[in-house]
Ligand binder design. Structure first.
Ligand code: FAD
Length: 649
């Protein structure tokens, strides 16, 4: 009989998939006492999700590992559509015109989920000693609503069971289908060296039971979420399920677009082809359609890679298709479902597949899940740290729920295109309809537009006149800037690092203009607390304990030509001095072109819709979404906005 030990933690995260790891990142960055558990014995290594959207890549840049994705991933450019031409033979239509290539520095990229998990795990380790506890399953959950309002209380009690050695052979390949390889069967050549140690690690813990008391709980435990079920939160959604086969192979084929994203459709069916890293190509193949309401649940064990191979051959014919090497395959059955709410008492939060599921061929589930984890993670981390008011936690549901609804809306349009039985017609209306849908949802899918609504965190009214394209509730559009001190260039996605701090962006305008220089100096006197009896906003709020003395960082971007301005032209508060590190050379940036970097073209103010001379004042949240916008003189209004969020000293 196991005797349970009891312990306390500030945050418990159940599930170390993409959403759980993103939330865990913030705990590591903000020095929060947290536990992350997962019932699997290892991380994912091969297969699973593989599509990364530009916004997710921007977040990775702010977390410091985007370069690893660029190094290993495969970028998808145009997509093509193949339908029978006049001769009846498959002919290429397209490409789908990706018109907004300049919206983000990053483009749709393919890299398997296991590598993404690797990068986030490494980043977590870089900043803390937080580790995922594997082979640990959550077994019971109690929530004491009476304690909800006391921020120091532990209203959550979870019983955990360490599954010990007997669990070390949990399948880590195509676990959805339950049909594949176990950890010990994984081929070493499928793994990169930094994953190999992980794979070889054997669980050496003995089975034990533990009672964990937590202040906050984040349920990131996937589509069959145990946490959601404990809370009795219902899911709503469609009853019609499609059965898909997915296969990652090294293809042997004379199909010309085998290394390009393609949709191939003929009387035999429709498949999606996605080229991947390391020569792999993924095929999404509908293998069965059933009405869930009228048919017993489909027996997925009847589908094997052979069936998927034969289906691809039939649809690609007369082009040839075969493979010898298969890295991963699965068969899945997904509905379009959304939970009725994402939180319980602003103490328990659900993220990712736990609250929304849909078909994976839009390449969005992992992206949305990671963005959920990212959104809730910083809010909980800073609330636990005592830096922000717990009231901001209500914005998680407010911000993410409408996006989950939009995700399902997209899927409701997109998925049937692959499963309708109607063969493509001569006029190619199916291709046109697909391109139309993809175009309509592009902004949303790539994450360029999120439209977070007004709240404590998003101050909506009237900033258009100051900065037309810096819109509260949207992400800050990435631009490349020149560092004033050294002349080197950097994307704002990296510059505004995800370290837990809010950023005041001082868009200083053209400081060669004496009036403007005067305005900037006045702003700086207010920021140093010299001009008013009020405490400076930089000195007004409690720290992020153990990380930063102030939860606010100031970054300046001016519009004067780089060669006509100097680092020391700027007041000291904008380039603070540290006795050990010297001047903060990384705090003053210039919107000017740079001859050796064509992305740094001196158009930041134009892209942001800001007056070249007058500039603007902007507050960017820790997750790079815009919170507040005003003029350089609007410090009182800005402080009012911050007072609503941050805890005063
Ligand atoms: P999961 O990845 O499911 O992680 C949940 C974790 O919780 C698991 O590790 C599980 O072991 C753990 N867990 C569950 N219950 C418990 C418990 N009681 N105690 C402890 N631990 C528990 N998305 C994209 O964005 N792009 C794509 O290209 C894409 N392709 C896909 C292809 C396929 C074939 C599939 C099946 C999915 C694809 N997706 C894609 C979707 C994507 O995989 C999911 O949306 C994503 O993994 C969800 O992340 P998550 O962290 O919310 O959940």
């Amino acid at each position: 009989q196991d005797i349970p030990v009891e312990s306390h933690t500030d945050v418990l995260i159940i599930g170390a998939g993409p959403s759980g790891l993103m939330a865990a990142y913030w705990m590591a960055r903000c020095g929060v006492k947290a536990r992350v558990i997962d019932k699997r014995s290892t991380k994912v290594f091969v297969g699973h999700a593989d599509g990364l959207r530009p916004r997710t890549l921007e977040l990775f840049d702010s977390m410091g590992f985007q370069h690893r994705v660029m190094h290993e991933g495969s970028i998808s450019t145009e997509a093509n559509f193949w339908v029978p031409g006049e001769s009846g033979k498959l002919a290429r239509k397209g490409p789908f015109n990706i018109s907004r290539v300049d919206e983000s520095p990053y483009h749709n990229t393919r890299l398997n989920q296991g590598r993404i998990e690797r990068f986030i795990l490494d980043s977590i380790q870089e900043h803390s000693d937080l580790e995922v506890e594997r082979d640990v399953i959550a077994e019971s959950l109690k929530y004491d609503e009476n304690l909800e309002k006391d921020p120091d209380s532990y209203p959550i009690t979870v019983k955990l069971r360490n599954q010990g050695e007997e669990a070390s052979n949990v399948p880590c390949g195509p676990s959805q289908s339950g049909s594949g390889i176990t950890r010990n069967e994984l081929k070493r050549h499928d793994l990169l060296p930094d994953d190999w140690d992980d794979q070889a690690q054997q669980s050496n813990r003995k089975s034990k039971v533990e009672i964990v008391k937590a202040k906050y709980l984040i349920g990131c435990d996937g589509a069959h979420s145990w946490t959601r079920k404990q809370l009795d939160i219902p899911v709503e959604g469609s009853n019609t399920d499609h059965i898909w086969g997915v296969i990652d192979v090294l293809p042997i084929s004379d199909f010309p677009d085998i290394r390009r994203v393609s949709i191939v459709s003929n009387a035999a069916g429709t498949i999606l082809i996605i080229p991947r890293e390391r020569g792999l190509v993924r095929f999404y193949v509908p293998v069965h359609v059933c009405e869930a309401s009228s048919t017993p649940r489909f027996d997925r064990s009847t589908i094997a890679p052979e069936v998927i191979r034969t289906r691809v051959q039939a649809i690609l014919s007369p082009f040839t298709f075969d493979f010898q090497a298969c890295s991963w395959w699965t068969v899945y059955q997904v509905g379009q479902r959304i939970a009725s709410k994402f939180t319980k008492g602003d103490r328990i939060f659900l993220a990712g597949d736990a609250v929304h599921t849909h078909s994976p061929k839009m390449g969005l589930g992992m992206n949305m899940s990671m963005q959920d984890g990212f959104n809730v993670g910083w809010k909980i981390a800073l609330a636990v740290a005592g830096t922000v008011k717990p009231e901001i936690l209500a914005t998680y549901n407010l911000e993410r729920y409408p996006l989950a609804e939009m995700l399902l809306e997209f899927d409701r349009h997109w998925s049937p295109m692959f499963t309708d039985q109607k063969p493509p017609d001569e006029k190619d209306t199916k291709a046109a309809a697909m391109f139309d849908i993809a175009g309509k949802f592009e902004d949303f899918a790539d994450g360029w537009k999120v439209f977070y609504p007004g709240s404590r965190l998003i101050c909506k009214p009237g900033s258009e006149a100051v900065a037309r394209y810096i819109v509260p509730g949207e992400r800050l559009k990435p631009v490349k800037l020149r560092n004033q001190a050294e002349g080197g260039t950097k994307w704002t996605t990296r510059l505004l690092e995800s370290d837990g701090r809010f950023r005041i962006l001082v868009l200083a305008g053209d400081i060669r203009n004496p009036m403007q220089k005067g305005r900037l100096e006045t702003l700086c006197q207010v920021l140093t607390g010299q001009l008013t009896s009020k405490q400076s906003p930089l000195d007004r709020y409690v720290s992020i304990p153990g990380c930063y003395d102030s939860p606010i960082d100031v970054v300046t971007v001016h519009s004067a030509p780089w060669k006509e301005s100097e680092f020391f032209d700027f007041p000291e508060i904008l380039r603070p001095f540290d006795p050990v590190r010297g001047w903060a050379y990384d705090k003053v940036w210039c919107d000017d072109s740079c001859i050796f970097d064509r992305y740094c073209d001196g158009t930041a103010y134009e892209k942001w819709g800001v007056d070249w001379v007058l500039g603007a004042l902007v507050v960017v949240r820790p997750d790079q979404y815009i919170g507040w916008v005003g003029e350089l003189g609007d410090v009182d209004e800005m402080t009012e906005y911050l007072d609503n969020i941050l805890v005063r000293k």
